[in-house]
Design a protein. Structure first.
Ligand code: ADP
Ligand code: ADP
Length: 228
């Protein structure tokens, strides 16, 4: 199988702030990896670099295929979910979710078919015509997740997606997310401050430290911890 390789990545902002220092990690396809660590240790920075939204100062992030060849990450294969549901308030749930396909010029019929499919995956079938403000915070997060899934990413990056939600809502979303992960087989990278959340959800936990930002430990999570 292939893997994602973070290869000696450093990031220095403005020539002075070392956000990441020689970070290395291999992530086999299909893993669910949580990144935990104090504020400012570079979690968001490494995600932006993986997503291609930011350039590393040195080092690189690449895919290693089954024949051990390096390839670039195709940005079309990457989905991103942010802490706050960044939905367009004047657009319906369905139009929000299908926006990435609209930008790619996919036909309306196909957009709607696929939009209904992903809304069903996140438990929001029937809410196509609703506006974001009519939904609870947890439901808005589900819409954001649906939108991140619409182009069938192989890699999903989630930057503290459930941090702003109450405990019950968060737990429900944990189960939904694990179902989606199992169904799609995609690789999920997940930032959290919540160690319980990381243990419950992930196959591996990457612990980061600050000054300079580094991965100091990587743990495998035993399966029974995850399945409750
Ligand atoms: P985390 O997500 O773990 O809180 P970040 O990746 O946001 O950490 O930030 C890592 C370090 O880099 C922090 O010191 C932060 O202030 C700094 N930083 C992040 N983004 C920028 C930026 N665009 N310009 C300058 N410094 C930044
Ligand atoms: P996070 O939620 O990851 O901690 P922050 O609130 O630290 O993010 O930062 C929000 C935004 O500001 C991010 O896009 C980050 O890259 C940028 N940023 C963070 N620190 C700095 C900084 N010292 N200078 C400039 N931009 C920064």
């Amino acid at each position: 199988t292939s893997s994602l390789r973070i290869n000696n990545v450093s990031k220095i902002y403005n020539g002075s702030i070392t956000a990441l220092s020689e970070v290395n990690l291999d992530i086999p396809e299909g893993e669910f990896v949580s990144f935990v660590g104090p504020s400012g240790c570079g979690k968001s920075t490494i995600f932006k670099i993986i997503a291609g939204l930011s350039e590393p100062t040195s080092g690189r992030v690449e895919m290693i295929n089954a024949s051990n060849q390096e390839t670039m990450i195709d940005r079309n294969d990457v989905g991103f979910v942010f802490q706050h549901a960044t939905l367009l308030p004047w657009k319906s749930v369905l139009d929000n979710v299908t926006l990435p396909l609209e930008l790619k010029g996919v036909s309306k019929h196909e957009r709607h078919e696929r939009g209904k499919e992903v809304l069903e995956m996140v438990g929001l079938a029937g809410y196509e015509k609703a506006l974001p403000r009519q939904l609870s915070g947890g439901m808005q997060m589900r819409v954001s997740i649906a939108r991140s899934l619409i182009a069938k990413p192989k890699l999903l990056l989630m930057d503290e997606p459930f941090g702003a939600l109450d405990e019950m809502t968060r737990q429900n979303l944990h189960y939904e997310l694990l179902k989606i992960w199992e169904k799609t087989g995609m690789t999920v990278l997940f930032i959290t401050h919540n160690v319980f959340e990381s243990v419950f959800l992930s196959t591996k936990i990457a612990v980061m430290s600050t000054r300079p930002g580094r991965i100091t430990n990587v743990f495998d999570v035993p399966e029974y911890e995850r399945d409750e």
